[in-house]
Design a protein. Structure first.
Length: 262
């Protein structure tokens, strides 16, 4: 086996033998179920109140319960939840080598450091995309179970494309967290960078500059701000791509040249 597939297989085994894949899968399962609950409530608010899903004075207004709305809600879940969970996956994958003291052993192997970094990013990207597909498939099952109207093959295909686009953008803006975890030689710096990015994404979007802030773009693509808001545009997508590439290249260069003394 050549070094690249071997490195990828090793990283895959590390992930499979941990609890984090199960935790992330459970989190997105709950999120898809919660989205289905929202759709169920919007179908008939009086029925939901009678079942105890809403308080006597509570109501949801301004929403529709159909397949396009559900797919849009799932895309928003990927944008918001993915910003955190995809980021956690990246931070764990890179930070664990330092927190568990395996970095020196790993880098002593006759495998190029850039190959190791590439394998880690390949696994985190695949992991995140699998969670996205899982969310979509659960959405299909839940939407069919509650009888959502407006189904068509075109709507389903459009929903899948939107989820995958949102996921791809979200994955791209999480790559700098790998560099933060590497620089901090553990989880703490990566988690701090993650929290800062999520906080700034909310603030910048509220100020109206979300299309120009890469970490706000995935949520805007998912229409979390409403259909009337300004779309990200070519500049927004370009900035996301730039951040994604910079995160990968920066992490690879750091691993290649940094003094790994512990």
């Amino acid at each position: 086996m050549s070094t690249a597939p071997a490195a990828a297989w090793t990283e895959l085994l590390k992930a499979r033998r941990s609890r984090l894949p199960w935790v992330t899968a459970a989190a997105f399962t709950v999120a898809a179920g919660f989205g289905g609950l929202i759709m169920f409530i919007l179908q008939d608010v009086r029925r939901a109140r009678a079942l105890g899903l809403l308080g006597t004075k509570a109501a949801l207004t301004g929403g529709t319960a159909d397949w396009p709305a559900y797919f849009a809600l799932l895309a928003q879940i990927i944008a918001v939840g993915g910003a955190v969970l995809f980021g956690v996956i990246v931070i764990w994958t890179f930070g664990r080598e330092f927190s568990q003291g395996t970095a020196k052993d790993l880098l002593a192997l006759p495998t190029p450091r850039t190959t190791i970094v590439g394998a880690k990013f390949a696994v985190t990207t695949s992991w995140s995309l699998v969670l996205t597909v899982q969310t979509y498939l659960l959405g299909l099952v839940i939407g069919a179970a509650i009888g959502l109207p407006g189904w068509s093959a075109a709507v389903a295909a459009t929903g899948l494309v939107k989820l995958l686009l949102t996921a791809a953008l979200t994955i791209a803006v999480t790559t700098p967290f790998a560099l933060a975890a590497s620089l901090g030689r553990g989880y703490l710096a990566g988690v701090g960078a993650l929290f800062l990015a999520v906080f700034l994404a909310q603030v910048v979007a509220l100020l109206g500059y979300g299309p120009y802030f890469p970490w706000s773009v995935p949520a805007l693509v998912s229409d979390i701000a409403g259909p009337g808001r300004q779309p990200p545009g070519l500049l927004g997508y370009s900035l996301v791509a730039l951040v994604g590439v910079a995160g990968v290249v920066g992490t690879a260069l750091w691993w290649k040249h940094a003094d790994q003394d512990r």
